[in-house]
Design a protein around this ligand. Structure first.
Ligand SMILES: *[C@@H]1O[C@H](CO)[C@@H](O)[C@H](O)[C@H]1NC(C)=O
Ligand SMILES: *[C@@H]1O[C@H](CO)[C@@H](O)[C@H](O)[C@H]1NC(C)=O
Ligand SMILES: *[C@@H]1O[C@H](CO)[C@@H](O)[C@H](O)[C@H]1NC(C)=O
Ligand SMILES: *[C@@H]1O[C@H](CO)[C@@H](O)[C@H](O)[C@H]1NC(C)=O
Ligand SMILES: *[C@@H]1O[C@H](CO)[C@@H](O)[C@H](O)[C@H]1NC(C)=O
Ligand SMILES: *[C@@H]1O[C@H](CO)[C@@H](O)[C@H](O)[C@H]1NC(C)=O
Ligand SMILES: *[C@@H]1O[C@H](CO)[C@@H](O)[C@H](O)[C@H]1NC(C)=O
Ligand SMILES: *[C@@H]1O[C@H](CO)[C@@H](O)[C@H](O)[C@H]1NC(C)=O
Ligand SMILES: *[C@@H]1O[C@H](CO)[C@@H](O)[C@H](O)[C@H]1NC(C)=O
Length: 440
């Protein structure tokens, strides 16, 4: 957290310095150690107030609880007949008989914000207010840059249930025109790219870069490295059917799907029915990326085949399973497992994409989860069973993304991935957040 005097300095700079075009912005990302969800810190309203929002890669628009502490001199409602309301794919127009407030107005464009964890939804006004985030040159953090017309949705307080402590809303990162990255790029005329680097350590934040294709500098042992130089690309695939609670006729999903074609353990392919790995016309099957699933979720048939192959490959390393700890199915005594700079020494897992040269390599730091309590000390395979009827066959979760850089290129509709950056001697917590007031 910024201390109060520093914040006051930042706020006064925001109002005095307009942003130049093509500026990039950033936000720190914290992991919540009780829910294993990720939160993003942004500034909203006038005067600007820090707000902690749930990071959700799959959401179309952001939302904020408007019923507690919403004081701002700059909020605006959106009339139902405005073209903005139509482009938000609004399904409703609301009226209200209480005192005028962000959540209360007549003839205002309404949306259906959703909580992706509890899968509850409500109806609430769409509103416009100011947003600010630190500028960046990819190497350090500059003064705050303002996006004066950020469009998002109000919500009711109950929609926050199940989210991390202190969270007051949700930051949408999906492929829609009104996600946070899309609006930042549009406002700053910046390239439509964002890059995510999740840190696994709750005390040390990771980072998201908005409106830039790079560089993305991280401190390493010797100097600093630009992770935009070490990405491999795979196309982003459109799922024709959204999975939101409130469905929008003929609107595709705003989640990020990729074309996984095979999963390999130590180079050996897991036997998977290939039809499970493609998205069909009803939106079933395929592989997506989700920051609201702490661990990768596999449809039962894939989970069984994958864990069997992993156990057999691990036995060649003299690893013998012990009692599993929920929610995992395969665990090893921590004392039996050697450690390496990319985590515990276990078989490598490769997610193979469009051809055999394009694979996301998962080492022990991303495949295994340490559970150390009074009664147990084990390393468990950090993948969970999604059941036989899971809609999406493979959901790549937060743990598998930590200390990996993922670049979402919305210009060319492709995903750039680095695999573990521990192999390059750095971590997602190694971005230099020391503010540099000279940076424009
Ligand atoms: C979460 O982290 C904080 C500070 O790092 C610590 O005080 C707290 O005990 C942790 N909570 C859990 C559930 O691990
Ligand atoms: C509202 O803001 C006040 C003052 O900043 C703070 O003390 C209080 O905890 C906030 N309430 C909620 C529900 O966020
Ligand atoms: C929306 O409605 C208002 C009042 O009914 C009207 O003045 C305005 O011209 C309308 N705008 C559009 C874009 O139709
Ligand atoms: C909406 O219109 C009704 C009827 O004209 C009025 O009673 C109410 O106060 C208005 N609401 C707001 C928030 O202005
Ligand atoms: C997003 O904006 C582009 C350009 O304005 C437009 O062509 C496209 O239809 C919009 N997408 C949706 C889903 O509304
Ligand atoms: C693969 O899955 C599809 C759809 O679930 C099913 O129709 C087909 O029979 C399966 N093929 C095999 C070889 O199991
Ligand atoms: C596994 O254990 C056997 C017998 O103790 C030993 O000969 C072998 O070298 C071990 N293999 C590995 C990979 O550690
Ligand atoms: C999966 O779907 C089948 C067929 O619709 C149903 O019979 C079965 O109970 C479902 N299984 C679970 C675990 O939901
Ligand atoms: C971090 O950035 C600040 C300026 O923003 C700079 O003075 C400092 O040397 C940098 N630290 C490292 C370790 O690069």
């Amino acid at each position: 957290m910024l201390s109060l005097p520093v914040l006051v300095v930042f706020l006064s700079l925001v109002s005095s310095l307009p942003l130049s075009l093509q500026t990039a912005l950033l936000a720190p990302i914290h992991k919540d150690n009780s829910t294993h969800l990720y939160t993003l810190q942004i500034y909203l309203k006038t005067p600007l107030q820090p707000s902690k929002l749930l990071l959700h890669l799959g959401a179309s628009f952001s939302w904020l609880d408007c019923y507690q502490n919403y004081t701002s001199s700059s909020y605006l409602h959106i009339p139902c007949n405005a073209s903005l309301c139509a482009s938000l794919h609004s399904l409703a127009c609301s009226n209200c008989y209480d005192a005028p407030a962000p959540a209360c107005g007549n003839d205002t464009c309404a949306l259906f914000p959703e909580n992706p964890v509890t899968r509850k939804a409500t109806i609430a006004n769409a509103i416009i207010d100011s947003l600010a985030l630190p500028t960046t040159d990819g190497s350090t953090q500059g003064r705050l840059g303002l996006v004066p017309d950020f469009v998002f949705s109000c919500s009711r307080t109950f929609l926050l249930q199940g989210l991390a402590n202190g969270v007051t809303g949700l930051a949408a990162m999906g492929r829609s025109n009104y996600s946070l990255p899309a609006q930042v790029s549009a406002a700053l005329s910046s390239p439509r790219y964002f890059a995510l680097c999740l840190s696994g350590t709750p005390s040390d934040p990771g980072v998201v870069f908005l409106g830039t294709s790079g560089p993305y500098y991280f401190k390493s042992l010797t100097s600093k490295i630009d992770l935009s130089k070490s990405l491999i690309y795979t196309p982003l695939i459109l799922n024709p059917v959204g999975s939101t609670v409130i469905t929008y006729y003929l609107q595709p999903s705003d989640e990020y799907f990729i074309g996984l074609t095979s999963v390999q353990v130590n180079g050996k392919a897991v036997q998977i029915n290939g039809s499970l790995l493609t998205v069909n016309e009803n939106g079933f099957g395929g592989t997506k990326i989700s920051t609201v699933d702490p661990y990768t979720v596999l449809k039962t048939s894939i989970f069984k085949a994958f864990t069997q192959l992993f156990v057999s490959e691990a036995s060649a390393l003299n690893l013998t399973v012990t009692n599993a700890v929920e929610p995992f199915g395969v665990c090893y005594p921590a004392n039996d497992v050697f450690s390496t700079r990319v985590g515990p020494a276990v078989p490598t897992v490769d997610l193979v994409m469009q051809n055999n040269d394009v694979f996301w390599r998962i080492f022990g730091s991303n495949s295994m989860v340490r559970i150390s309590r009074d009664d147990v000390d084990v390393w468990c395979l950090g993948f969970v069973d999604g059941g036989p009827n899971a809609t999406t066959s493979v959901v790549i979760g937060g743990h598998q993304m930590e200390d990996n850089l993922l670049q979402f290129d919305l210009e060319s509709k492709r995903l750039g991935f680095s695999s573990s950056i521990l192999a390059q001697g750095t971590t997602c917590a190694n971005f230099n957040f020391t503010s540099n007031q000279n940076l424009n």
